[in-house]
Design a protein around this ligand. Structure first.
Ligand SMILES: [Zn+2]
Length: 488
């Protein structure tokens, strides 16, 4: 579908989007220069794990505000926080326009299933007018799933641009489990703003805009063009949003050289930054076997084959569990996870069925060779007695990580900004999935970063919130980062 033009009254011109293909194809040499998350030091000679091990005996830079126990359990951390008297607004923040913009956006119930994005579009159009930026809307899949892009043209618009991506959709709520209405954006006296999307990730989308507002007020004019995208359908895997969008000519015309997207809140001092994601494989073993009477001992039944396949998969799961347990420096994103998620088959309890189906959700770590992994699955099917068909609900390719070393000037600019601000940044692999993978899949480096530390991780949870001061500090952080990465 062609992009729909929105007339922005003051705008005398519409951007001529450049018909250039992304020219940045980063060299992936990420085991080269490493940062230790505990003490923020670099060492180019050893691996990140070895570096972290070496520094394990040294205390982290800053004391964390919450106990180790509460860091491990966001729910405990939340319980430990005193619930203040509720009011519609905390006086301290009343006059802050950025807080009001955030709350206005949070009040839009763009919630699954079937989110209505029209109020988001109207809200973003008003933002574009306020920021004096042109806005375009794309429909890569259908009318119900728009992608909104605001553009701030740089001094050198021919250079590859910066993409600041966020999603407009939020996951469903169970209002009966919320202490505050999930789409009222109530603020308590401590300045905590409660709403679905407060962390995931309407806050980050608004931080981008607030940062650009601050930069424009300072009179800044950055070298590279910045596109701020607000996409649909991320919470459903981006199948109607970012996934089709990156393959369109419209996306190519944006000439993106580097992307930023969501990360996670952090309950302690650290700020996680995500440079890669594991590959999701949802594997179905469709197991055929000898059918017959339940009183016999028939050969090659589906049940026996299922037993063999499941035991092999569980052995592999155990080895990964062991690997994770035995090395305290590893996090879940560093290993392959395997989980049995569905089993079906059989029609009657005394009939040996001709077919059993078992499904595993596998997240392949970055060090897994996909061909070898698949060959192993086929081998086990043969060893189980054969006649097993493998089908995939999802089979993501291996997407190379974004380089976090001197080969990636955008990483260096990002790190310089966070170092200057004295932030304790911890690079890691994302546990779940975000739209960043589609950006990286196009050969574009991307980082996931939500500047929310000392905040319990409440994405997809009840009473999701962000503190007003945390939010505003995040705006300052993004102002610095954007200023740096757009001047590379
Ligand atoms: Zn999200």
């Amino acid at each position: 579908m062609p992009p729909r033009q929105f007339s922005v009254s003051f705008m005398a011109h519409i951007l001529n989007f450049l018909e250039l293909s992304p020219s940045v194809s980063p060299r992936i040499v990420f085991f080269h220069r490493h940062c230790c998350w505990r003490c923020n030091c670099f060492d180019s000679q050893i691996s990140p794990l070895a570096l972290r091990r070496r520094c394990n005996s040294t205390p982290p830079l800053s004391n964390t505000r919450q106990s180790t126990a509460s860091s491990r359990s966001p729910r405990i951390a939340l319980k430990n926080i005193r619930i203040g008297r509720m009011c519609s607004s905390s006086g301290k923040w009343d006059a802050n326009e950025e807080i009001e913009y955030l709350r206005e956006y949070l009040r839009i119930p763009s919630v699954h299933p079937d989110p209505d994005y029209k109020p988001c579009l109207e809200f973003l159009q008003r933002q574009a007018e306020d920021l004096e930026l042109p806005l375009r809307v794309y429909y890569p899949e259908n009318e119900q799933n728009p992608i909104v892009v605001l553009t701030w043209e740089g001094r050198q618009p021919e250079l590859p641009s910066i993409l600041l991506n966020s999603h407009m959709d939020v996951v469903p709520v169970f209002p009966e489990n919320w202490k505050h209405p999930p789409f009222a954006a109530e603020m308590d006296e401590e300045g905590r703003i409660f709403a679905r999307g407060a962390q995931d990730m309407k806050s980050v989308g608004m931080q981008y805009l607030a940062a650009i507002r601050a930069l424009k007020k300072e009179g800044a004019r950055l070298k590279r063009t910045i596109h701020i995208s607000f996409v649909a359908d991320e919470e459903m895997g981006g199948r109607r949003g970012m996934r089709p969008f990156v393959t369109t000519d419209h996306f190519r015309a944006l000439n993106v050289g580097f992307g930023m997207d969501e990360g996670l809140a952090s309950p302690d001092e650290e700020f996680p930054v995500f440079y890669a994601e594991r590959a999701v494989w949802r594997v179905y073993f469709n197991i055929s076997g000898t059918a017959g009477h339940g009183s016999l001992l028939l050969p090659k039944t589906a049940g026996e084959k299922l037993d063999y396949v499941v035991s092999k998969m569980m052995e592999m799961r155990k080895s990964q569990e062991q690997r994770l347990k035995s090395d305290p420096d590893l996090v879940i994103g560093d290993v392959t996870t395997i989980n049995l998620t569905r089993v079906s088959g059989g029609v009657q309890s005394n009939v040996v069925p001709p077919l059993m189906v078992v499904c595993f959700d596998c997240r392949l770590a970055l060090d897994v060779d996909h061909e070898e992994f698949e060959a192993k699955l086929h081998k086990w099917c043969e060893e189980a007695g054969g006649d097993i068909e493998l089908t995939y609900e999802q089979k993501q390719p291996r997407v190379p990580p974004t380089a976090i070393d001197s080969s990636n000037p955008f990483w260096m600019a990002f790190k310089e900004a966070t170092d200057e601000l004295g932030l304790c940044v911890r690079p890691q692999i994302f546990t779940g999935g975000t739209d960043s993978r589609y950006i990286r899949q196009m050969g574009i480096p991307a980082l996931g970063f939500s500047p929310m530390n000392h905040t319990p991780v409440l994405l997809h949870d009840h009473d999701e919130f962000i503190r007003a001061d945390t939010y505003l500090r995040g705006v300052d952080i993004y102002t610095k980062i954007i200023g740096n990465i757009a001047n590379v």
